[in-house]
Design a protein around this ligand. Structure first.
Ligand SMILES: Cc1ncc(COP(=O)(O)O)c(C=O)c1O
Length: 471
């Protein structure tokens, strides 16, 4: 765990998602002038030269050392968010496990911090499992999700001694029972249910609605068949049920609505088939601020909504209060990460638009192209400069849709200038590709004025490493 000396240096935040900054008061006035302070890492500040600094490191210096584009993760923000989750949820419902959903950013250095902060972890592929295992993350604290796990992946998971597997289809129930039998294991499992509840987020990231590939639908009757079938398997120990509505969810009500529905269903399954609900998970989906005028509820508000709904549901339907697990991904790593790009060409189309092209784009962050996601843009050398023009920040990939931020306020931008995109810590690098044979960026972790490389920039040799020799 964290040493006390380090812990005492961390800013104490009542609600880090809503507080603009946490620096000592002499820096407060300077800090509060960065318009994006609430969505940047909590250590974001101005360096002695008036430039953006994160974790005590001047961002331009980092780019000079590690190259551009560069992803910067702030360790203090990451640890602070983990503590906010644990503190907020256990205050409302002591028997809560926080499972970091590593699909948001699977990386050994991050896994270590997650482990030190006492969180559990979700994986959805053998690859994510391998990354966590490489960082010595205890397998018994992991939960294997995903809607189509393969035989090899299940064998690997069982051999590592994975704590939980969340089953998502009838084929998986049969396959896991078979694999567990072959390996002589009785595997603890949960069932992923689909409660047909709309979390009011992007259609492509809504997962708990009826028309979704994920989970056994309660509405169609599949969930009931799945419970019955899973309980009949010799090598499966059904410990509970799970749902995940989608992401990011800025509203609280979808959680309580779905919790009531799924607990009612669970009580029904207890009465019909003897389901013993020892564990219950309302998934992840907790939102972060991508732009300063759309901030999410505080974590304590999510925690309260969920805890109250679970207690009420258990009371109403006569269930014992289960162990609860929540599965945040985005909300753990999103705010900690900042992407930094260098401006190249600038094209102004009079009365139409100015395009500012940077040296990354959809290859390292496909979210705007895929989901119309919005990002704010911070001019690294002068975060507080007057923003007197509206521009569109485009990437360097050969697609018209390769835009990182549409219609953002910036000062007059110059070639060679650095632009930072806050809230880039989740789902950017994990969805990155080598489209156009572009190498993927380096990643550094900063803390207390020190930076360490946690993922090196790819090289052309990496691009060729898996191609077959034509000779
Ligand atoms: C089952 C499950 N749990 C948790 C998550 C994490 O979601 P988020 O990063 O929005 O918290 C996802 C995301 O797809 C998921 O499918």
């Amino acid at each position: 765990m964290q040493s006390r000396a380090y812990a005492s240096r961390l800013p104490r935040l009542a609600s880090p998602h809503r507080v603009a900054n946490s620096e000592p008061s002499d820096q407060k006035t300077v800090m509060s002038r960065i318009p994006e302070a609430e969505i940047l890492p909590i250590t974001a500040n101005l360096s002695d030269s008036g430039r953006l600094a994160i974790g005590g490191c001047d961002v331009r210096d980092l780019v000079e050392q590690y190259g551009s584009p560069l992803y910067i993760y702030d360790e203090a923000t990451l640890r602070d968010v983990c503590r906010d989750f644990v503190g907020s949820f256990t205050a409302e419902y002591p028997n809560t496990h926080i499972e970091y959903s590593s699909k948001a950013f699977a990386n050994p250095a991050v896994s270590k911090i997650i482990e030190e902060e006492g969180l559990d972890m979700d994986v959805v592929t053998g690859g994510e499992l391998a990354v966590a295992i490489a960082a010595d993350f205890p397998a018994e604290r992991m939960n294997f999700h995903g809607n189509n796990k393969g035989r090899e992946e299940l064998v690997e998971a069982l051999r590592y001694g994975i704590g939980l597997i969340t089953l998502d289809s009838f084929a998986e129930i049969e396959l896991l029972n078979e694999v567990a039998g072959e390996l002589g294991v009785k595997q603890q499992v949960m069932l992923r249910l689909s409660p047909s509840i709309d979390p009011h987020t992007h259609m492509l990231t809504s997962t708990g609605i009826l028309d979704s590939k994920f989970g056994f639908s309660i509405e169609t009757g599949d969930a009931e068949v799945a419970v019955k079938q899973a309980l009949e398997q010799d090598n499966l120990d059904v410990v509970g049920v799970h749902f995940h509505l989608g992401s990011p969810i800025f509203e609280l009500e979808p959680y309580s609505e779905a919790i009531d529905y799924v607990l009612k269903f669970s009580a029904d399954m207890r009465d019909k088939y003897g389901l013993d609900l020892k564990r219950f998970s309302p998934g992840g989906g907790f939102a972060i601020g991508y732009v300063s005028d759309t901030l999410p509820p505080a974590m304590s508000d999510y925690a309260k909504e969920i805890a109250v709904a679970i207690r009420k549901g258990c009371d109403t339907y006569g269930l014992d209060e289960p162990i609860v697990s929540v599965e945040p991904g985005r909300a753990i790593v999103g705010r900690a990460g900042v992407a930094v790009y260098t401006v190249g060409g600038i094209k102004t189309i009079p009365d139409v638009r100015t395009y500012v092209s940077v040296d990354g784009g959809m290859g390292d962050n496909i979210r705007p192209a895929l989901y119309d996601s919005e990002y704010a843009v911070v001019p690294v050398d002068r975060p507080n400069a007057v923003r007197n023009q509206i521009v569109t920040v485009a990437g360097k990939f050969c697609e018209s849709g390769d835009v990182l931020a549409r219609d953002v306020d910036l000062p007059e931008v110059e070639t060679g200038e650095l632009l930072a995109l806050p809230a880039s810590g989740a789902y950017c690098l994990m969805m990155a590709s080598n489209y156009n044979m572009q190498t993927r960026p380096a990643v550094v972790m900063v803390n207390d004025g020190e930076a360490r490389l946690i993922r090196r920039r790819e090289t052309y040799s990496d691009l060729l490493a898996s191609s077959l020799d034509l000779d």
